[in-house]
Design a protein around this ligand. Structure first.
Ligand code: NAP
Length: 641
């Protein structure tokens, strides 16, 4: 037990009060912490201010400090595992309003209370364990999803190997090391549900911190012994007779090797192939030129004339970092990003909050729960297309128009001294059409600097000296940086995949990648994708949640193979077609599906190939376990009893 801080009430000033009161129910067994008049106000944009007068908050903190002191002095937890009716009351309280019944099992799962997670694999019987041991899985990628897959497969007792092209774990958090790179989801939610960290230094921590977190996970779960680094999986070929995938691997030394696996899981993300723009003369630039995801740390920017092409989420983070160093910075913008006000985007987690996370049992869970519920469906109505909307195409409905007004007001306030910039930085597409960025003022602050110029004329060509815009003006640079995004809709473009009967994956897709639940497709047995087609989220939640659901489903599929003795499984064509029809219909109903928006969410056919168009709860339910009726199972032997 920790010592009680002398100033515990002051320490608790940094805590999220609704989450603290909710946790205290479990510590004290007293439901009196959930007084109706203490219920916080529901607001997806708030930071959890309970909306109570300061004297009332002080009174609550005083009582809380007394309860915590008793606990730290040795008093046992009074209700560590509350019954469902109490959990329900806790949820309604911290959420600020009664939570609809259909969310309850989903939210209980996300809380990860002891013995209550659906995401932990259970391969219970000795025969099932034995059958699982005979399977083996090849995982491509050692980033957030690949490590998670490794954890779950090892918990299930299924042999696996992870192959990654990089020399370390971390995936996107290894590759993107540009200045200012940080997570744009609160870290207390952007972390595995079963691996909270009480040490996040900031609410949205910088990339090196994220990388350390994933390194720590790999060490804790002893995953490195399963990982082959600096190795590329070049091709996969389904061997019909043996019911295995044959994977050709290429090591750093150029040597190739073939390995076999009963199932393959791709865990390579949607944003792992940098996209250089198709601009005339691109290769002719004489100075250093690089993409944000391949940052050249050896190139000195101080005192240089630097040109940046692109103003997406990456440029939005690195431009404010480099602007003070360079002699002059020119930012070439095609479409501006929408920034949503998040004043604490760069703030440290206060020490009192860290103390409470570490020492008050269940506080971390309820704080995460609050973050999760606020973003689960909280924001979605604001980016929903209203079919009756007859306002301007800069919004998709009245809520969306209201959000726009709020964001514009924030831009106006920030640009009171530079009204000339306002039109340039205000997007003409609806909020939610592209990934919105978190605005704490540093972006517009950078654009206002005397050494920074924002150019909105079209880039016409690149020359050895610099960039020529459509008006014929040439600007000269020492360094060019491309913040031009990724080849997101070219799923698995690095990988040749030959499925059943030699069917080629990329020919099958024809540039329009689709999958059932983002994971499987007919003709490609035992082939599973994490963060595959139509599993990206735009405004609600963290992608780690999606990976946890997908991995649960994939491990469930492996369990199905072990249980049934089937050699192979693939989704039925009708199931796949029906799912994709529903996805396309639903995607049209959101801002990102609007015909007025072009973004990386859409492929070259204009189809939204990246995004999940339903709620988080729908993905959670759909991925609880594979429904055997959705699949063609190829039998090999008698099922396991
Ligand atoms: P992006 O959002 O696709 O942005 C690319 C930028 O390059 C856009 O401004 C685009 O303009 C511009 N562009 C592309 N081709 C161009 C051309 N030929 N001429 C001029 N401009 C051109 O890429 P990103 O910034 O790397 O972000 C990709 C995604 O990664 C994000 O949406 C987000 O999901 C994720 N991300 C997350 C974080 C985080 O905070 N955790 C940070 C970075 C990235 P248009 O808008 O006109 O196409």
């Amino acid at each position: 037990m920790a010592d009680v801080p002398a100033d515990l009430e002051a320490v608790l000033k940094d805590a999220h009060l609704p989450a603290l009161m909710t946790a205290l129910v479990q510590m004290t067994g007293d439901l009196g912490w959930l007084k109706p008049e203490w219920t916080p106000v529901y607001n997806p944009l708030s930071r959890g201010d309970p909306g109570l007068p300061e004297e009332e908050q002080a009174k609550i903190r005083k009582q809380a400090a007394a309860a915590i002191a008793e606990y730290l002095a040795g008093k046992p937890l009074q209700m560590p595992n509350p019954p469902l009716d109490v959990l329900r009351k806790q949820m309604d309280f911290v959420g600020g309003a009664p939570i609809p019944e259909q969310y309850v099992d989903f939210l209980v799962d996300e809380l990860v209370l002891k013995g209550r997670s659906t995401k932990e694999p259970h391969f219970d019987t000795p025969r099932l364990k034995e059958a699982a041991r005979k399977l083996n899985v090849l995982v491509i990628g050692a980033g957030m999803s690949g490590l998670l897959t490794g954890i779950r497969l090892s918990q299930a007792g299924v042999p696996f190997e992870i192959v990654d092209k990089n020399p370390d774990v971390g995936g996107t958090w290894f590759e993107n090391s540009y200045p200012g790179c940080r997570v744009d989801n609160s870290n207390h939610m952007y972390s595995y549900s079963f691996e909270p960290s009480h040490e996040w230094p900031q609410h949205f921590s910088p990339q090196p911190v994220l990388l350390e977190y994933f390194r720590g996970i790999a060490a804790k779960y002893d995953l490195k012994t399963h990982i082959r680094f600096e190795t590329l999986v070049e091709s996969l070929t389904w061997d019909e007779a043996k019911g295995v995938w044959r994977a050709q691997l290429k090591g750093k030394d150029g040597k190739t090797e073939t390995v076999e696996a009963r199932a393959v899981v791709t865990a390579v993300g949607q944003l792992n192939q940098p996209r250089m723009p198709d601009i005339e003369g691109l290769a002719s630039f004489a100075g250093p030129a690089f993409h944000s995801a391949e940052w050249r740390h050896d190139v000195e920017l101080a005192g240089k004339r630097v040109g940046v092409i692109g103003t997406g989420a990456s440029a939005y983070q690195f431009v404010p970092e480099i602007a003070p160093q360079v002699a002059h910075l020119t930012v070439f913008q095609r479409n501006p990003p929408w920034g949503l006000p998040v004043p604490h985007y760069h703030e440290d987690v206060p020490e009192g909050m860290k103390w409470t996370l570490e020492h008050v049992p269940f506080y971390d869970k309820w704080y995460r729960f609050w973050l999760f519920w606020m973003t689960t469906e909280g924001f979605l109505p604001m980016v929903k297309t209203d079919p009756t909307w007859n306002g301007p195409p800069t919004a998709v409905g009245p809520d969306n128009a209201m959000l726009r007004e709020m964001a514009v007001a924030s831009y106006q306030a920030q640009l009171a001294d530079r009204p000339d910039l306002l039109d340039k930085v205000t997007p003409q597409y609806p909020i939610g059409g592209k990934r919105a960025v978190l605005d704490n003022g540093v972006w517009l602050g950078a654009l206002k600097r005397p050494n920074v110029e924002l150019v909105t004329d079209k880039v016409a060509k690149i020359t050895p000296k610099g960039v020529v815009t459509a008006d014929g003006q040439e600007r000269e640079f020492d360094v060019l940086i491309y913040g031009t995004g990724f080849q997101a809709s070219n799923f698995l473009s690095f990988l040749k995949v030959k499925g059943r009967g030699g069917r080629d994956l990329h020919d099958t897709w024809g540039g329009d990648a689709r999958a059932y639940l983002g994971m499987t497709l007919p003709g490609f047995p035992n082939f599973f994708m994490i963060y595959g087609p139509n599993t990206n989220i735009v405004v609600n939640g963290s992608i780690i949640f999606f990976s946890e659901c997908a991995v649960r489903y994939i491990v469930g599929a492996v369990k199905l193979l072990a249980e049934t003795g089937a050699q192979a499984m693939e989704p039925k064509q009708a199931v796949f077609d029906d799912f994709n029809r529903r996805v396309d219909e639903a995607n049209a109903g959101w801002a990102w599906g609007s015909p007025n928006v072009s973004s990386w969410y859409k492929n070259s056919f204009g189809r939204v190939s990246q995004n999940w168009p339903f709620g988080l709860i729908d993905y959670w339910r759909a991925t609880l376990a594979p429904n055997p009726d959705d699949f063609v199972l190829e039998r090999e032997r008698e099922p396991v009893a």
